[in-house]
Design a protein around this ligand. Structure first.
Ligand code: GZL
Ligand code: ZN
Length: 330
């Protein structure tokens, strides 16, 4: 008898505690007693060095800002990101932030967040929704500009890019994830920058899904199917590093027999640039955490925020990489 009463009593206490926590009168929707913010972050995955650095920046910045962070890794699957966003809506977080793995297919779940009065911040990648009321702001890079920077460098250095001397600069392109904003926009920017240079042509283009293994496999295919490859344009360092493995396995010397241009400037990419295997890298800054938390605080406080916050980033030649490699944070 005593045992039963004890169990019943503790069950009542427990449920009362849970009720109290949820019922507290703090001003934040998520019911944090100290009014601190609870953020739900739906990350793309862990596909690249860039993504790892981005995740670390978000998690460390949330800690720094005293936010409660709910974090999910979607393994690059949109349905997992949508599930995570729905769970954040159920949990009544104060703000949702995510990097949409692809541009399309977000309107329904963003409408649900809007109906639940939970503000959404887009980070890193964009969505193609016409209705910009579905999110408060976009924080990330200008991917078209990144593609243009890569193409402009190639055109400026065309004299050294026709490696096989046949008068044509044949480029193979390793695309990022199909349908992802950085893949679509980097390809667009690169194509526009090389358009006027009629010796430069993209002779083959295929997705390597932003992974090292994907880049290696696609490069192996290209080495078998394409004659006279002079240049590889890879939408991120990881696919460029995979291409290096394939090029070396084919008995060719990356940086000499085939020039490689990539985007990101993560440590492994910068090391390959410094040692001459990669020829040029366009930086894409993953350290979005501090700006994200600052924007989230403003959004939750009902302050105005800019529609779009573009991150600062630069480019690196082999000489520049050798100079800064030791100081790179990621
Ligand atoms: C770009 C980001 C891309 C990186 C890749 O902002 O979305 O995804 O360039 C990463 O390395 O996988
Ligand atoms: Zn050539």
């Amino acid at each position: 008898m005593a045992k039963k009463t004890l169990v019943a009593a503790s069950a009542i206490t427990l449920s009362a505690m849970v009720l109290t926590a949820c019922g507290s009168d703090s001003d934040s929707a998520s019911g944090n007693d100290d009014g601190s913010i609870t953020m739900g972050f739906a990350q793309v995955g862990a596909e690249s060095g860039w993504r790892t650095a981005n995740t670390k920046s978000v998690q460390e910045s949330a800690e720094e800002a005293g936010f409660e962070l709910k974090f999910s890794d979607a393994q690059q699957k949109q349905e997992n990101q949508i599930k995570a966003i729905r769970s954040y809506i159920q949990q009544k977080v104060d703000v949702i932030a995510f990097s949409p793995v692809v541009e399309t297919g977000w309107d329904a779940v963003l409408q649900e967040a809007k109906r639940a009065k939970i503000p959404v911040i887009l980070t890193d990648r964009a969505v193609d929704s016409e209705d910009t009321s579905l999110y408060e702001t976009f924080l990330g890079s200008d991917f078209i500009l990144e593609g243009e920077k890569a193409g402009e460098w190639l055109v400026e250095n065309a004299g050294e890019m026709d490696v096989d001397g046949n008068g044509a600069i044949n480029v193979v392109q390793l695309e990022g994830t199909t349908g992802a904003a950085p893949a679509l926009d980097r390809a667009e920017g690169f194509a526009s920058a090389i358009e006027a240079e009629d010796t430069v042509e993209v002779v083959a283009s295929q997705t390597g899904d932003f992974t090292r293994d994907g880049g290696k496999k696609v490069m192996e295919t290209f080495l078998g199917s394409e004659k006279g490859i002079d240049v590889v344009f890879a939408h991120n360092d990881d696919m460029g590093l995979g291409a290096i493995e394939a090029i070396e396995a084919a008995g060719l010397e990356p940086g000499k027999d085939i020039k490689i241009i990539t985007v990101d400037a993560v440590k492994d990419g910068m090391a390959a640039l410094a040692e001459g295997k990669i020829s040029f890298i366009v930086e894409c800054n993953p350290l979005l955490g501090p700006q994200l938390m600052d924007l989230a605080q403003k959004v939750v406080d009902g302050e105005d925020v800019p529609e779009r916050v573009v991150t600062e980033e630069t480019t690196f030649t082999q000489e520049q990489a050798a100079e800064v490699l030791a100081d790179r944070q990621y």
